[in-house]
Design a protein around this ligand. Structure first.
Ligand SMILES: Cc1cc2nc3c(=O)[nH]c(=O)nc-3n(C[C@H](O)[C@H](O)[C@H](O)COP(=O)(O)OP(=O)(O)OC[C@H]3O[C@@H](n4cnc5c(N)ncnc54)[C@H](O)[C@@H]3O)c2cc1C
Length: 406
């Protein structure tokens, strides 16, 4: 053990908590600083529980006594008339963000988790790193873990040139309470991970754990994600402009989405989707909109500072890898810190391994996203896209991390 023992974790979401819990168990003095002044709460979508998340929870002794979520092993693709045209078996469990977050949050001492601490600056030298916060306060440690998500302030400090790249399409998402499902629809959809595949658009849906960690039948929810092209210069700005005419950057709070945009989305669904998905969209009271971006940081280590999770890489949701990668980044960072004699050496090894993983994940998600592409730069690209367009290919690759060799 060296004299480098105090870790500052910036961001108290899934990635930050995985890192904080593991480092605390490894003997570090850990503090988590979260910008939000109130407890984090779900943005409302489902999460496919990948093996990496289960392994990380298990290694931390968390979540073993309770089921994590809902079984979504049976996959099916429906055609426009609602007929099942393909099926596949892929053992998987889906949960809610709340459920995973609750397990992690209760696994970390409350007194070390600080809400309302917005990081605004980081300084470091050969012996320490200091985090500065918007409230004027500061904290000094030996290691700083930037787990502050997609728009990371830590990343902005060290890699300011890194920008999210718009993928050319958005996802409309929504959640419906299980009890709102009519019996017929429930029978056809609730036990499945289902897909609808009209040209250049894709919808998928599956049940997830309900509120307050409920996974009992009757109290679950159904979650859908619908990918749809939206031109960056015309369509996207329109979708991000709210009822008052205000233009939001990159995302828009669901209650502010313009009524006309929602009405147009609902009308289009009726034109292209199987009746089962149309009904689910009709049952969705508050849809939300997620423009799809790729984000790749050129580095994950800067002296005593490491980036993990969404702060470093964001892949399109097709791979369902966000929480898995955040968990794995956190575990591998801690492994390297245990194995190496200095923080700098540990972080250099961490970066060499995890940059590769992040790039592979983003690349695979991009490949799956070619399904939504209209124009191709070459015939080879068009042919590659075609290979990922069959129901069998989509079902075999979506939300599965086999490509990582995990
Ligand atoms: C409230 C919330 C709900 C989510 N719901 C879903 C969901 O339903 N489905 C899904 O697939 N994914 C969801 N995600 C995203 C998912 O958790 C991540 O993609 C993935 O787990 C990687 O997480 P992360 O911890 O790296 O980043 P994030 O989960 O994005 O967390 C980053 C954290 O850093 C904090 N932060 C940002 N800037 C600062 C700063 N300057 N100072 C201090 N703290 C800062 C943010 O408030 C946030 O809590 C959600 C994330 C959050 C925060």
């Amino acid at each position: 053990m060296g004299s480098w023992r105090r870790a500052l974790v910036i961001g108290g979401s899934v990635g930050g908590l995985f890192a904080a819990i593991r480092l605390l168990r490894d003997g570090w003095d850990v503090e988590v600083f979260e910008r939000s002044p109130v407890e984090l709460a779900a943005r409302g979508a489902g999460i496919v529980v990948q093996p990496q998340v289960v392994a990380a929870l298990r290694s931390l002794g968390l979540g073993l006594t309770r089921d994590l979520g809902v079984d979504v092993s049976r996959r099916q693709t429906l055609d426009r008339s609602g007929r099942v045209i393909a099926q596949a078996l892929r053992p998987q469990v889906a949960t809610s963000w709340n459920r995973l977050f609750d397990i992690l949050r209760t696994g970390f001492p409350g007194g070390r988790y600080h809400l309302g601490r917005d990081l605004v600056g980081v300084e470091q030298d050969g012996s320490a790193v200091t985090a500065r916060f918007a409230d004027g306060g500061a904290a000094t440690g030996d290691l700083l873990v930037g787990a502050d998500g997609f728009r990371s302030s830590v990343r902005r400090t060290f890699a300011p040139q890194t920008r999210p790249l718009y993928a050319g399409y958005v996802a409309w998402r929504g959640l419906v309470e299980e009890e709102a499902f009519p019996p017929d629809l429930h029978r056809q959809m609730f036990g499945f991970f289902s897909f609808g595949l009209p040209p250049e658009e894709q919808i998928l849906g599956y049940p997830v754990a309900g509120d307050g960690s409920a996974d009992q039948a009757g109290r679950r929810r159904y979650n859908f994600v619908w990918y749809r092209p939206a031109d960056e210069l015309t369509e996207l700005p329109r979708l991000l402009t709210d009822e008052t005419g205000y233009r939001h950057e990159m995302s828009i709070p669901p209650p502010l989405i313009a009524r006309a945009a929602i009405a147009e989305m609902r009308a289009h669904a009726e034109e292209v989707f199987p009746p089962q998905f149309c009904e689910i969209i009709r049952l969705t009271e508050q849809p939300f909109l997620q423009p799809i971006y790729d984000l790749e940081s050129p580095h994950m280590a800067f002296g005593r500072v490491a980036l993990i999770g969404d702060a470093a890489f964001v892949a399109r949701p097709h791979v369902g890898a966000g929480t898995a990668k955040a968990a794995d980044d956190a575990m591998r960072l801690a492994d390297m810190l245990t194995a190496e004699g200095s923080i700098e050496a540990a972080l250099a090894r961490f970066e060499a391994e995890r940059l590769q993983m992040g790039r592979r994940m983003v690349e695979q998600a991009r490949r799956l996203g070619t399904y939504m592409k209209r124009d191709f730069v070459s015939e080879a690209e068009r042919l590659r896209a075609e290979r990922h367009r069959s129901p069998e290919a989509v079902m075999a690759e979506t939300a599965l991390l086999d490509f990582l060799g995990a």
